[in-house]
Design a protein around this ligand. Structure first.
Ligand code: AVJ
Length: 329
């Protein structure tokens, strides 16, 4: 990797449309209907745009809280790990949070590398070009792909100094417990001793505050949720009418998680061409579209330990709304 250089590689070769048909078939055949194991399908162009809008909503405190932690502690976190490379999983538009970590990394002089992974190649290219202008000494190797696939290639071309792998935004909470364990074990196995993982986790709090964050007054989260049906229409030839589904996002205390659902307003049959079938919904029947697990400092530490990582620090914002767990391999 040469300083001042941007390269974008593709991670994983399988045909995404074909995979999606299989995933959606499985999700819609289960009882209850459940598309939440595949949160990535929420993030097409429109879904990513709506999510950016969510991060600015008054009710959605997570992005602001996480950014405020990094504003105060990025220097300390990077200093503790001694890393020279930032690997960011699900980097998205590489906004202020990424810059706070890169500021801390480049403030220490010498060569620094940034290895973002995101499903959108366009987003990687645009944000990579912007970052190169702001950080001329940085070398960037972006990977377009899915963080649940094999991650070894992200860690090829290993630098001598330790790496910091950042998995921000609370995205780890969107994985089902099984997938979360599988993902973290796979990640831990790809790390070398001394490498560090920084995971953002939304914290357990008053259910009213949690539910407001996923049931915003402006209805942006409802649009984000219904957009999944548009993605299925566009990519799999579905005939969903998003207006016939109601957005709900209750906090399920027994699971410590928000669950996002779409409930059919009436009995209906929806053809999906790529599946070669029509999906039937009873009146009021729901399909779960996303889970978003909430953690305590203790449950976040246990999650890292289960993957064989050693918890090294837990950082929260002033309101204790959101946390960053630092763990080392
Ligand atoms: C992707 C984890 C940041 O679970 O809060 C926002 C996605 N879903 N509103 C979350 C989301 C509904 C979000 N994260």
């Amino acid at each position: 990797m040469t300083p001042g250089r941007l390269e974008i590689l593709r991670l994983g070769a399988e045909d995404p449309a074909c995979r999606m048909a299989e995933d959606v078939r499985r999700g819609l055949a289960s009882d209850p209907k459940d598309l939440s194991p595949w949160p990535k399908y929420l993030y097409d162009g429109e879904g990513s745009r709506l999510f950016e809008e969510i991060t600015r909503l008054p009710e959605y405190y997570q992005t602001r809280a996480e950014t405020s932690i990094l504003r105060r502690r990025a220097g300390e976190i990077v200093g503790r790990t001694g890393c020279r490379e930032l690997v960011e999983l699900g980097s998205g538009a590489a906004g202020e949070k990424t810059r706070l970590l890169l500021d801390a990394l480049t403030a220490r002089g010498g060569r620094a590398r940034y290895v973002p992974l995101d499903v959108s190649e366009g987003v990687l290219r645009r944000s990579g070009e912007l970052l190169l202008r702001e950080y001329p000494g940085l070398s960037i190797r972006g990977f377009a792909g899915d963080f649940e696939g094999p991650l070894e290639r992200l860690f090829e071309d290993a630098p001598e100094a330790p790496r910091l792998v950042a998995f921000l935004g609370g995205t780890v909470g969107n994985l089902t417990p099984r997938r979360r364990r599988r993902f973290l074990r796979g990640l831990a196995a790809a790390l070398r001793p001394g490498d560090a993982l920084l995971v953002g986790v939304d914290l357990v709090k008053d259910p009213g505050v949690l539910e407001a964050a996923y049931n915003d007054r402006a209805g942006v989260t409802a649009r984000f949720n219904r957009n999944l049906l548009r993605v299925i229409n566009a990519r799999l030839g579905g005939r969903f009418d998003p207006g016939l589904f109601e957005h709900r996002a209750p906090y399920v205390a027994e699971e410590s998680r928000i669950e996002m659902w779409l409930h059919s307003r009436r009995e209906q049959e929806v053809p999906v061409e790529a599946l070669g079938l029509a999906v039937t919904f009873a009146a009021g029947e729901g399909v779960r579209t996303e889970i978003s697990a909430k953690f305590t400092p203790g449950s976040a530490r246990r999650m890292a330990q289960e993957a064989g990582l050693e918890p090294a620090g837990f950082y929260a914002d002033g309101g204790r709304l959101f946390g960053l767990l630092l763990a080392v391999a």
